[in-house]
Every structure is written in structure tokens, then in C-alpha cells.
Design a protein around this ligand. Sequence first.
Ligand code: SF4
Ligand code: SF4
Length: 116
Amino acid sequence: MSSRCWEEKCHRCGLCCHEKVLYGDQLVIDLDSWCEFFDPKTKQCTVYAERFVRSVRCKKMTRLRAMFAPYLAPSCAYVEWARQKGLRFAKDRHLRLIHSKTCPSEDSDDPIYNVF
Ligand code: SF4
Ligand code: SF4
């Protein structure tokens, strides 16, 4: 598969550019916190061509990550690809989306909220 075909699989949902944490059997993604280079309006990376140079936290999406990375949302196109191939080996986790800034009271007594 060419790298272009691989990149075109992406749904461009931007979930992988948000802050996230694994908490027990949950993958918690904060929809109110994101990478400094992420544009929440377009859900696009503003430095895409040089993202790995500009951000040390930005990780290239490889087949191995699609297969094993626990921090990817179940809806991620690469997780779906791995699952369809029978190659998804990361533990299934329940996806929990939170809004730490706009709805903080919702989780204010929850230890998950304090992780961010
Ligand atoms: S640098 Fe990486 S993590 Fe940050 S917005 Fe761009 S693609 Fe997302
Ligand atoms: S979570 Fe997956 S599908 Fe969504 S933007 Fe990131 S790599 Fe693409």
C-alpha cells in the first residue's frame, strides 16, 4: 500500500490530536484540550508537512501503531483497518469523551477529570 493510500484512510476526525489518558478499561479523550498545532475549527493540523519536527509528541501513524497503540479511539480509521484485517491486538477500551473546560462540573468529583 502506498503511503498516500495509507494517509487517505484517515477520517480527519482529529481525535488523536486531543489530550487523552488511559484509565482502567477506559480511553478518556478531552475534547477541550488539544495539541498546540491543532485547529479545532477545521480539525486539521496546521503544520502537517512538518508535524514530526514541530511537535515531539506527534506520532507517525504506522501499521504497528494501528495494531497495538492503546491510545487510539475505536473509531480511528487505522484501528478499523487493523480490526478488519484481524490485526488489532490492543485491549478494547470504552471511549469516554469529556469536556474539561466547557463542562467541568460534569466530572468534578471524578478522579479521571484530575488526570488532565
Ligand atoms: S502536530 Fe501532530 S498531534 Fe499536533 S495537531 Fe498536528 S498531527 Fe495533531
Ligand atoms: S483518530 Fe485516526 S482517523 Fe481520526 S484523525 Fe487521528 S489518525 Fe485520523
